[in-house]
Design a protein around this ligand. Structure first.
Ligand SMILES: C[S@@+](CC[C@H](N)C(=O)[O-])C[C@H]1O[C@@H](n2cnc3c(N)ncnc32)[C@H](O)[C@@H]1O
Length: 250
């Protein structure tokens, strides 16, 4: 069999949320490449080599995977969630564009996965049920001024929002700043969902009005969903339901 490269999404954590297409690609792979905790989710077996690397090495990892595919290996690059959402698919194509011309002729497939915001939204109800956007709050690969500009425009456009990479130990202040921007522009009651480690044994979901949202409620395993002005909370015994109606008034 000739070589090729699949860039696969492992979903948010639970094996039941890995697509059959991704499972099949992993079963045929000779090599799996990815960030250490994602590679750890792939069961070792004879004939499969696991290549785990650190977080900030995406381009090197992509080039390594492309080189192996060009040499005839069946390589799967794994991401959590969906590989096209703040993940390895773009890194692989950046490497293809900058790399040797023969990489462009490789058999490269992107295999979708369930991204964190959709897994989190499903747990909460349907907070992303009307127009929404996703913003990566990390300023590792873009200036904070751009993050804040996009946040302000998303608020002005009244999108529901999903924030990925909200807060790390190295960047504790960005999310606090984002909450300040939200408080200046949105009503006190705007629903905020903190969804941590969705679909894993550590899963925790917290729904609070914007006034009660605190920076410490988020970490790097949390995706934060913020409702639009139309998003509702249905109180009931147990966890509330958060949903955004399908229509907006004229
Ligand atoms: C580098 S991004 C990768 C996103 C991934 N490609 C996806 O589609 O979900 C990592 C961020 O995704 C979010 N995330 C990933 N898995 C999650 C989960 N199981 N529960 C909550 N958030 C998650 C967090 O915001 C985390 O900081």
């Amino acid at each position: 069999m000739s070589g090729g490269l699949a860039i696969a999404g492992l979903g948010p954590g639970d094996d039941a949320l890995v697509t059959p297409e991704v499972t099949a690609a992993l079963a045929e792979a000779t090599d799996v490449v990815g960030y250490i905790p994602y590679v750890a989710r792939v069961a070792p077996r004879e004939g499969l080599t696991l290549h785990a690397s650190d977080n900030r090495e995406e381009l090197d990892r992509a080039a390594h995977a492309l080189g192996m595919a060009a040499a005839g290996r069946r390589v799967v690059v794994v991401s959590s969630g969906d590989p096209g959402v703040f993940a390895m698919a773009s890194a692989v194509f950046e490497a293809v564009e900058a790399g040797p011309p023969h990489w462009r002729d490789l058999d490269i497939r992107v295999l979708p996965g369930i991204t964190a915001m959709l897994a989190a939204a499903a747990r909460a109800g349907a907070p992303l049920g009307h127009d929404f956007c996703a913003i990566n709050l990390s300023d590792n690969l873009k200036p904070w001024a751009l993050v804040e500009k996009r946040l302000r425009l998303a608020i002005e456009a009244d999108f529901a929002m999903a924030f990925y990479n909200p807060r790390s130990k190295a960047r504790p202040e960005g999310f606090a700043r984002a909450l300040d921007v939200l408080r200046d522009a949105c009503g006190d009651a705007r629903p905020v969902v903190f969804a941590r480690a969705v679909s894993t044994p550590e899963e925790a979901l917290r729904v609070v009005p914007l006034t009660e949202a605190r920076p410490e409620m988020a970490d790097m395993r949390t995706v934060v969903l913020v409702g639009s002005s139309l998003t509702q909370i249905i109180a009931r015994n147990g966890a509330p339901i958060v949903y955004t109606p399908r229509s907006a008034p004229e």
